[in-house]
Design a protein around this ligand. Structure first.
Ligand code: EPU
Length: 446
C-alpha cells in the first residue's frame, strides 16, 4: 500500500535542523571499505533505502555488515570476499552500486557487475568507467547485461575523462589504489564527495593526491599497506540546500546545523542574489531567513564547484513565485525537469524547451495532489507544497526516502505541517474515490 505525504502549507519554518551524513559520499565509502581486510566502521551514515541497498550489495560479496541505527554507523568486515558478483536485482535499484566494480577489480582482480541501465533523469552511461578500467589493463566483456572485468595485473595509466563524471572518477580511484605505479585522472570530478573518498582511502593507507582539483594522482600500494579504519563522513550538502530552500520558500527563519558552508558556495551565492539572507553563525551552522518576495535569477547547472544539478529543482521551485523571469539551463542530465508538470498543476508558469526552462514568477502556488517522480523532484514538491496556503498530498514517497532521512520529522521540527500516511484508497470503489477527491480541499483533511 502506498505511502503519501499530507502537507498543509503557508507556515514559515522556524527553529533548527541538523543535517545528516552525505548519501553520495557514504555509498562510495562503503564500497571502498572492501579494499582493506578486516573491520571498517563508518560514522554519520544516514538511515536511507540507498544505504540499505549498498549494504546488500556488499553482503552479497561474502562480507559481514552491520548498520547501527542508533549510532548511525556501518561496520563492514571485509576479511574475506567470497563472491565477485553484484546482481542486476540490486544494481538496477540503485546506480551508485556500480561503484563496486572498481573496488572489486582492485581487490580481487575480477568483477561481474550488472550494468545499471538508464534512469528517469537521463541516459546515465558508464562508458568512461569502462574505458578507464581498460586503460588500467582490465579486460572487459559485456555479456547478458553484466560487465565482466578481469585483470592479471592492473598497471597505473593516464586517464582523461570527457566529462568530469563523479562516478567514473570514483570507480577509477578505487581501481587504481592497488595498481602498479601511478594513475593520473585528468578532468576529474572535484565534488566534496570525491575529497571525502580520497581522505577515507588515504586514512586506510592508500596514496591519493589532488582530490578536489581536476587532476587526481593515485600511486598504487600493496594490499598489506591497507588497513581497516574508523571514519566519519561529511554532511550532506544537498540535504542542507533542500532545507535552506524550504526555509526561504516559506519566508521563515531557522538555523541549519552540521553543514559545511564551503560546499554550498555557488548555491548560497544564487540564494543571496535572489534576496534571501544567509548568515554564518558558527563554522558549521548557518542562519537562513527571507522576509520579502524573492527576485528571479538565471542559472546553469554544472559540475562542482558550479551550481549543483541536485538542487536545480529546489531553485526552480523558489523561482515559481519570484519577481520576474528566471531561465534555468540543465547541463548535466537530459531529463531533469521532472518536477515541472506538478509545479504547473500548482499554478506555476514554466515553459520547457529541451534542457532550458523559463520560469515566470506568479504570486502564489496552490495546493494539489502531487507525485514524486524522482528523488530531487520529489523533495522540491515538498518545498512547493510548504509554500502554498493550501493542502497538498505527494505520492511515490519511495523516491524521497532514497535520499532524505526523517524528512517529515525534520520539517515538523521546523514547525511545518506534514504527515506520512498510508493511502487506503486502493481499496475504495470509484465513487468513494471521487468523494475523497472532493473532500481534498476541506481543511479537515489535515
Ligand atoms: N556520463 C557519461 N558517461 C559516463 C559517466 C557519466 O556520459 O561514463 C554522463 C552522465 O550520463 C551524466 C553526466 O555524465 O549526464 C554526469 O554524470 P556523473 O557520472 O557525474 O554522475 P553520477 O556519478 O552518476 C552523481 C550523483 C548524482 C549527481 C551527479 C552529478 C551519486 C550516487 N550520484 O551521479 O546524484 O546528480 O553525480 O553531480 O553520487 C542525486 O543524489 O539525486 C543524484 C542523482
Amino acid at each position: 500500500m502506498s505511502e503519501k505525504f499530507k502537507i498543509k502549507g503557508g507556515i514559515p519554518l522556524k527553529g533548527e535542523v541538523s543535517i545528516g551524513g552525505a548519501k553520495n559520499a557514504v555509498l562510495k565509502l562503503m564500497a571502498a571499505a572492501i579494499l582493506a581486510k578486516g573491520e571498517t566502521k563508518i560514522y554519520n551514515v544516514p538511515d536511507l533505502t540507498d544505504v540499505g541497498i549498498m549494504l546488500s550489495v556488499i553482503e552479497g560479496l561474502g562480507t559481514k555488515t552491520f548498520y547501527d541505527k542508533v549510532e548511525k554507523s556501518v561496520t563492514i568486515d571485509a576479511t574475506t570476499i567470497s563472491s565477485i558478483t553484484a546482481k542486476y536485482e540490486l544494481v538496477s535499484k540503485m546506480r551508485a552500486s556500480f561503484i563496486i566494480l572498481g573496488a572489486l577489480v582492485s581487490r580481487c582482480k575480477e568483477a561481474i557487475v550488472a550494468l545499471p541501465g538508464g534512469c528517469a533523469i537521463g541516459e546515465r552511461r558508464v562508458d568512461f568507467h569502462i574505458k578507464g578500467l581498460e586503460a588500467l589493463g582490465a579486460e572487459i566483456k559485456i555479456e547478458n547485461g553484466y560487465v565482466h572485468a578481469k585483470a592479471k595485473r592492473l598497471v597505473g595509466a593516464d586517464v582523461y575523462l570527457d566529462i568530469p563524471s563523479v562516478g567514473a572518477t570514483e570507480n577509477l580511484m578505487l581501481a587504481a589504489i592497488l595498481a602498479e605505479g601511478a594513475t593520473r585522472i585528468q578532468n576529474a570530478a572535484q565534488e566534496p564527495e570525491i575529497i571525502d573518498l580520497a581522505n577515507f582511502l588515504n586514512t586506510m593507507g592508500a596514496d591519493v593526491s589532488g582530490a578536489g582539483t581536476s587532476e587526481i594522482v593515485i600511486n598504487g600500494v600493496e594490499q598489506n599497506n591497507l588497513h581497516p579504519i574508523e571514519y566519519t563522513t561529511i554532511p550532506d550538502r544537498i540535504e542542507a540546500g533542500t532545507y535552506m530552500s524550504a526555509i526561504i520558500a516559506t519566508r521563515g527563519k531557522a538555523v541549519i546545523r552540521n553543514v559545511f558552508p564551503g560546499h554550498l558556495t555557488f548555491f548560497n551565492d544564487k540564494l543571496l542574489k535572489m534576496g534571501a539572507n544567509i548568515k554564518l553563525i558558527e563554522p558549521t551552522a548557518l542562519e537562513v531567513s527571507c522576509k520579502n518576495r524573492l527576485s528571479s535569477i538565471n542559472f546553469v547547472t554544472q559540475p562542482y564547484p558550479g551550481f549543483p544539478t541536485d538542487l536545480q529543482s529546489m531553485a526552480m521551485t523558489l523561482l515559481t513565485t519570484a519577481d520576474g523571469v528566471g531561465i534555468i539551463t540543465e547541463s548535466l542530465y537530459e531529463n531533469r525537469f521532472m518536477q515541472v508538470p506538478d509545479l504547473i498543476r500548482m499554478g506555476a508558469d514554466i515553459h520547457q524547451d529541451r534542457n532550458h526552462a523559463i520560469v515566470k514568477g506568479v504570486k502564489k502556488l496552490t495546493g494539489a495532489m502531487l507525485s514524486a517522480s524522482d528523488l530531487r523532484a520529489g523533495a522540491s514538491l515538498v518545498v512547493a507544497a510548504l509554500m502554498t496556503d493550501g493542502n497538498s498530498t505527494i505520492e511515490n514517497l519511495h523516491h524521497v526516502d532514497r535520499g532524505y532521512e526523517n524528512f517529515e520529522e525534520k520539517i515538523r521540527l521546523l514547525g511545518g505541517k506534514i504527515e506520512r500516511y498510508v493511502d487506503e484508497s486502493a481499496k475504495l470503489t470509484e465513487g468513494q474515490r471521487d468523494d475523497q477527491r472532493e473532500g481534498f480541499y476541506d481543511e479537515s483533511h489535515l
